[in-house]
Design a protein around this ligand. Structure first.
Ligand code: SF4
Ligand code: FES
Length: 809
């Protein structure tokens, strides 16, 4: 479709908006209400332009200009909002003439009538669309001399979001975001005319994706409370990275200043998260500069942990290792370690000659789906039938949003020369959702069920029986499933052309259930997405950070190894395990905080947090993504490659994996992929032999039977829950969800801080009484040392902690 913007001729796809035509031509037009991935509504009138088009006569021939002989352009009588105007053959768009400039001046002046112009104290200053547009398109003077509207300037929409009502320009982006993206209609305009303000029907913002409105608000009306008044935009160091809080690989900006992480924002990756992130990812960073952070190595001398240098600590470890056989050493790292750190761990294990190397949490089943079944996030967003087993909203929040894309039935937009379309005219406010596309199964009510056409509630731990029932096999025992509902879901998947089955951690916790799910998916020709427990579960399995034998797996090595090197793991939360750890010849803990395991270690080595590491992760699709270190003050902290370097030197070896660069050389040889040079949005690479997995040790399988608590995913990382004050105030500690019946029997109420033993580990949690869980079953957030699945909670151990301060400390 031929379109002319000012002097530039373009060939555009039908359906393109006029505003995108302007940007595709390399030109500019100001706008406020339009926003990538949301419906264009023509509310702000800032994008006005003069638009014309040729016409045909009644015989279908172009009406020609008498002078030029070309089709004659008929200008529309009024200036048009380009965001809601669709291009047509021969359209001419003028953004530079006097009438357009006058309109732009007027709209800026009008938008500023009630704006407080408090830019010197506004957090958005320097990154404010209104500030930029007023500078570029305003006349520089205002003729309005009356007093401006006064409204509340510090309205806490939640503990995480602050609204300055005076600054709001009523673009409606925030209101539309909630309705159109997560489908939680929690904000709206209240009152009319100049009295209009943004508000909620009830207190708070009951959504898991609230922080995105701070990214898209074009002015400083909606602000991230964790970073409010902490810095000006030009003072921040903006580091592009990806989330390390779940397996989605959602793109983020980590904004830091004077050595602190000040805020985390969503970043564009059209194939993964678009620009959206969940609140766990956004607000879960405050722990990084908590005063209790470990900043220097500690070595136990005379029974006390005393400060030391890395060289001294490494020499201490090397000396102790000298008295041991290498195969007696166990090495385990948390599953958000980068590939480079994984290479370091493997290299150290090889040098010592031990097969006891593992990452945790690691479910019983492989997190790498067979190649022929593997679904990408784009497959999910364009599926015509989806079955989700588990609580994907808490487990991998971005998947929740991309599944909702599939319910709209609008395929992801093609990128234009300027990137994502600013106004995708296929998107509408309050679009109907094809709920029938989605079925959700879980042992308790999960958030995504609100959007699903079918919800299957099954007895906890019966995931294998669920897939047997879906496959039409006779069920053993009681599954709690309704046969008609199960049949309906199976038929829908079977009839679909682009079906996807998403398997959460409760399925992967059982090899039998996962095998049943994969067979079912094959039978109905569905693709499969496996949601690994942490950011690099997929990658660490791909490169083989796995024990050489099942009896060397992480929980087993805690029993059998004589020396342990643990990175970011805290098994001593189980007092029985703690006792055994105290008997080890050597316990080395690499962590950012003095955990219970660090407190009994021989050597404690300060670890970089996920924001301070350079490296690579592989997300749940198998996409290799670059992680970049933000300039954050972490004392003498090192990542695992640093540990390998110091220890190697103390052992008299230059080990591979002694630095990020060294690990990348190894990865280049092994994977035939240069991870130092990945495309911005990541790359796929098949790795031979991936997905073989290793069976979980027997005790972990055994724990799953007969439990009364589902260890469930959590969007907020439980390890740091008490070190993130704003998230803690908004969501409480890691939740222990209890049915009203059980709460009454246990004399618990919502908000109680409790301590109890779950699967042997002492856990702290905040009680949430809800009818989402059935009587007789509870849920508690999974941790790296307590992966998802069914476990047993010892209710006789339950104590209510009356002093909340004591818990927080
Ligand atoms: S608060 Fe911000 S995003 Fe919401 S309507 Fe006002 S200006 Fe727009
Ligand atoms: S009317 Fe607001 S961007 Fe077009």
């Amino acid at each position: 479709m031929k379109v002319k913007v000012n002097d530039v001729e373009l060939d555009l796809a039908p359906g393109t908006s006029a505003i995108d035509a302007v940007f595709a031509a390399g030109d500019d037009v100001p706008y406020f209400c339009s926003q990538e991935y949301m419906s264009p509504i023509g509310a702000c009138r800032m994008c006005l332009a003069r638009v014309g088009a040729p016409r045909k006569d009644k015989d279908g021939a172009w009406i020609l200009d008498e002078e030029t002989g070309e089709p004659k352009v008929f200008w529309f009588p009024n200036l048009m909002a380009t965001c809601t105007t669709q291009v047509m053959e021969g359209m001419v768009i003028d953004t530079r003439s006097e009438p357009v400039k006058r309109a732009q001046n007027s709209m800026v002046e009008y938008t500023l009538i009630n704006h407080p112009l408090d830019c010197p104290v506004c957090d958005k200053g320097g990154a404010c669309e209104l500030q930029d547009r007023a500078y570029e398109y305003g006349s520089g003077i205002s003729r309005f001399e009356f007093d401006k509207r006064h409204q509340e300037k510090h309205h806490a929409l939640s503990e995480l979001i602050t609204l300055d009502r005076e600054r709001c320009i009523h673009c409606k982006r925030c209101v539309r975001f909630f309705e159109e993206v997560p489908g939680d209609s929690v904000l709206d305009f209240i009152e009319r005319g100049s009295h209009t303000y943004i508000g909620t029907a009830e207190d708070g913002l009951p959504s898991n994706f609230t922080g995105n409105i701070t990214d898209i608000c074009p002015v400083g009306a909606l602000l991230d409370t964790t970073s409010r008044f902490r810095g000006r935009n030009w003072e921040y160091h903006h580091t592009p990275s990806v989330t390390m809080d779940d397996a989605t690989g959602a793109a983020v900006w980590v904004d830091s200043r004077t050595g602190r992480v000040e805020r985390v924002k969503g970043r564009l990756n059209p194939e993964v998260n678009k620009t959206w992130i969940d609140d766990g990812t956004r607000f879960g960073h405050e722990y990084v500069d908590h005063p209790s952070r470990l900043l220097t190595p500690l070595v136990r001398r005379g029974g006390e942990l005393v400060p030391a240098t890395w060289e001294e600590a490494a020499a201490f470890v090397a000396e102790r290792l000298g008295g041991l056989s290498g195969k007696d050493v166990g090495i385990a790292l948390r599953a958000d370690a980068t590939l480079e750190e994984g290479v370091g761990a493997l290299s150290l294990a090889e040098h010592l000659g031990t097969g006891q190397v593992d990452h945790a949490p690691r479910p019983a089943a492989s997190v790498v789906a067979p190649r022929d079944l593997r679904a990408t996030i784009e497959d999910l967003a364009t599926a015509d039938a989806i079955l989700v087993v588990g609580d994907v909203t808490e487990e991998a929040g971005v998947l929740d949003l991309r599944i909702k894309d599939a319910l709209k039935g609008v395929t992801p937009p093609a990128l234009l020369p300027h990137g994502v379309p600013i106004a995708d005219l296929r998107l509408k406010e309050r679009m109907p959702r094809r709920r029938e596309v989605l079925a959700v199964a879980a042992p308790y009510r999960v958030d995504l069920m609100r959007s699903a056409g079918a919800s299957l509630r099954y007895a906890a731990g019966q995931e294998a029986a669920l897939f047997a029932a879906l496959a039409g096999e006779p069920a053993e025992g009681s599954t709690g499933l309704e046969p008609d509902a199960v049949r309906g879901v199976a038929e829908r998947l079977r009839d679909a052309e682009r079906a996807v089955v998403v398997l959460g951690g409760t399925v992967l916790a059982s090899r039998e259930a996962t095998d049943a799910a994969l067979s079912f998916a094959r039978a109905v020709k569905a693709k499969v997405m496996l949601v690994g427990p942490m950011a690099n579960s997929h990658g660490l399995e791909l490169i083989g950070v796995l024990p050489s034998h099942a009896s060397y797996a992480y929980p087993a090595m805690l029993e059998t190894a004589r020396a342990l090197v643990l990175s970011h793991l805290d098994p001593a939360q189980d007092p029985d395990v703690a006792e055994r750890l105290k008997q080890k010849d050597l316990l080395v803990v690499h962590d950012s905080f003095m955990t219970e395991t660090a407190a009994i270690a021989d050597v404690v080595l300060p670890a970089k947090t996920v924001y301070e590491r350079d490296g690579t992760v592989v997300n749940l699709e198998g996409r290799f993504l670059r992680v970049n270190a933000a300039p954050v003050e972490g004392g003498a902290s090192e990542d695992l490659t640093g540990l390998v370097r110091y220890l190697g030197e103390a052992l008299g070896q230059r080990l591979e994996g002694r630095s990020v660069r060294s690990s990348r050389r190894v990865l280049r040889q092994r994977l035939d992929l240069d991870v130092a040079d990945l495309p911005e949005w990541g790359a796929f690479k098949d790795v031979k032999g991936a997905g073989r997995g290793v069976p979980a040790p027997a005790d972990q399988q055994g724990r799953r039977r007969g439990g009364n608590v589902v260890v469930a995913p959590s969007m907020v990382r439980p390890e740091y829950a008490y070190l993130n004050p704003h998230l803690l105030a908004e969501r409480g500690g890691p939740a222990l969800r209890v049915s009203p019946e059980d709460a009454a029997a246990l004399e618990l109420k919502s908000g109680d801080d409790v301590r109890l033993r779950v699967g042997g580990l002492w856990r702290r949690a905040t009680v949430r009484v809800t009818d989402a869980v059935p009587a007789g079953l509870m849920t508690i957030a999974a941790t790296p040392d307590q992966p998802q699945g069914l476990a047993h909670a010892d209710l006789s151990s339950l104590v209510v902690l009356r002093d909340r301060e004591a818990v927080a400390s």
